[in-house]
Design a protein around this ligand. Structure first.
Ligand SMILES: Nc1ncnc2c1ncn2[C@@H]1O[C@H](COP(=O)(O)OP(=O)(O)OP(=O)(O)O)[C@@H](O)[C@H]1O
Length: 267
């Protein structure tokens, strides 16, 4: 599946744009949710975040989005530009990087008559969708959907979309405007194998086309090696980070998911 390995990574952070998390900690209602999490994310890189239920994956995303207060630092350094430090979600000394976000799949009632065009219009304008939608809004929605090869979905009811089609519609919205960083919370859940393959191809195409950092969480470990440059294993703390094969064969991975090491493993 992988068609493209990003060339800029060879120089590390110095000559490529980079999101840096350093010593990130989050507490809520007296509970420590994240503790001392540090890693870098480069443009053009797809990084998968894995961990058991309740590991803090969505909380980590919300911290980057500025929706959850944290301790530590999050900085964004555009290639060749000054670094932007995000303190508790506020950009200090620069323009806030654009972060596109696809939340964990919302569900739509099967009989819900809201069309993809209605949904787009409501999300991107103040036009009352019970009135006929003007041509310019329709053309704009079609152009945005075309980025994910979804123009044909425009008049479909949201409730009739498959899991993969719904993810593509949400992805198209997250790409308007095209962000610096794209975050997807479990985009593969509820998506069949064919849809999953299309979505992963799409992400590979988008990061190449727009030089995006893509950061996604998943519980589907079987496909990680096909699309992720790096995997981060999280369970409150960052337990391991590296290429997919290295993380998936690590003792930390086996311990976290209560698996036994196979032959050749040291345990
Ligand atoms: N608003 C909140 N107030 C208090 N605790 C919270 C809040 N939001 C999340 N938590 C707790 O933080 C922990 C991490 O939750 P989070 O949703 O980030 O995990 P996750 O790794 O995304 O889980 P999953 O894989 O099940 O989606 C959980 O124990 C959860 O109960």
């Amino acid at each position: 599946m992988r068609k493209f390995k990003h060339g800029k990574l060879s120089g590390g952070c110095a000559d490529s744009c980079c999101l840096k998390l350093e010593g990130l900690s989050v507490s809520m209602e007296g509970d420590q949710i994240l503790e001392d999490v540090s890693f870098h994310l480069h443009c053009g890189e797809i990084v998968a975040l894995i961990g058991p239920n309740g590991a803090g994956k969505s909380t980590l995303f919300r911290s980057i989005l500025g929706q959850t207060p944290y301790k530590g630092s999050i900085t964004f350094s555009p290639a060749g530009g000054p670094a932007i430090r995000l303190a508790d979600g506020a950009a200090a000394g620069g323009t806030r990087p654009l972060v596109g976000y696809v939340p964990q799949s919302p569900s739509f009632d099967r009989g819900d008559p809201v069309s993809v065009l209605d949904f787009f219009t409501a999300a991107t304008s103040k036009w009352p969708v019970f009135l006929p939608i003007p041509r310019e809004y329709r053309d704009r929605a079609a152009a945005i959907l075309a980025r994910v090869h979804g123009e044909d979905l425009l008049d479909r009811p949201m409730g009739a979309l498959s899991g993969g089609q719904l993810q593509r519609v949400l992805l198209a919205l997250a790409l308007e405007p095209v962000p610096h960083i794209l975050i997807l919370d479990e985009p593969l859940s509820g998506v069949d194998i064919e849809g999953e393959h299309q979505l992963l191809e799409m992400l590979d195409e988008l990061r190449t086309q727009y030089d995006l950092s893509i950061f996604l969480s998943t519980h589907d470990f079987a496909t990680l090696g096909q699309f992720a440059d790096k995997v981060i294993l999280l369970n409150k703390r960052m337990l391991r980070a590296g290429p997919p094969d290295e993380v998936l064969s690590s003792p930390e991975f086996y311990d976290t998911f209560h698996l036994r090491m196979g032959r050749g493993g040291e345990r």
